[in-house]
Design a protein around this ligand. Structure first.
Ligand SMILES: [Zn+2]
Length: 72
């Protein structure tokens, strides 16, 4: 039971490059150039990400509301 408080997972994102393509956000309806980000899930120990879990994911983030979409 104690370990639940020590070990968890967190999705960490980094990078912010212009994607160079106009997209329409499905949440807020903004049509704008989305931001390219990379993300990876980490296993956290004492709330610090230490072990990568799964591969790198490419994300597109809405510049207005911050909603992230998985890029293909
Ligand atoms: Zn949006």
């Amino acid at each position: 039971m104690f370990f639940i408080f020590l070990i968890g997972t967190r999705f960490v994102t980094w990078g912010s490059e212009p994607s160079g393509q106009q997209m329409r956000c499905g949440k807020c309806g903004t049509v704008a150039e989305f931001i390219n980000k990379k993300g990876m899930r980490f296993i956290t120990f004492f709330f610090i990400p230490v072990i990568p879990a799964g591969g790198t994911q490419h994300l597109l983030q809405c510049p207005t509301c911050g909603t992230r979409y998985h890029a293909r």
